[in-house]
Design a protein around this ligand. Structure first.
Ligand SMILES: [Zn+2]
Length: 163
């Protein structure tokens, strides 16, 4: 299990990092350090906490738009101990961070008493019909300290998605 996780983290780190490491082997020391920090942080046990931490890190490290995160880890700007303590928001690429911020601010502006009420907005663009007439609502789908999931519904074609 731990060997597999180390090699998966190495592959994630090696991907598209502006030549910081020459080959996959070059990413292995950093990957081993990240895995060790994960193992310590999740109670030196390869149980649920370890697996969910791995999924969170691997999702963000593999993100094609998150070269910055991979580079910081490989350069050692971001120590493994700090990395494993980061939230989804902190791990996200810059584009996602900016997008989430914009959504959060709009939500705040449009929020109605009751918190979870549906609202109509033009801030989302439907991937199917390309229109912007949508409604959305937010729900806490993961743990309480993580950002809420936004469910969007297109009023033109009925397409639904979440972000
Ligand atoms: Zn649509």
């Amino acid at each position: 299990m731990r060997d597999k996780v180390r090699s998966l983290i190495a592959s994630a780190l090696y991907k598209d990092t502006d030549g910081l490491v020459a080959d996959l082997a070059g990413a292995e020391p950093a990957a081993a350090a990240v895995e060790a920090a994960m193992f310590t942080a999740t109670g030196t046990d390869v149980g649920g906490a370890y697996k969910s931490k791995y999924r969170q890190l691997s999702f963000n490290l593999k993100d094609a738009k998150n070269v910055a995160l991979r580079s910081r880890v490989l350069r050692g700007d971001l120590t493994p101990a700090v990395l494993v303590g980061m939230s989804n928001e902190e791990l996200a690429n810059e584009e996602t961070k900016a997008y989430r911020k914009e959504v959060a601010e709009t939500m705040l502006r449009e929020a109605q008493p009751g918190g979870n009420a549906r609202a109509t907005t033009d801030m989302f663009r439907c991937g199917k019909c390309k229109q912007r007439r949508t409604t959305y609502h937010q729900m806490q789908t993961r743990s309480a300290d993580e950002p809420m999931t936004t469910f969007v519904c297109c009023l033109e074609c009925g397409n639904r998605w979440k972000c």
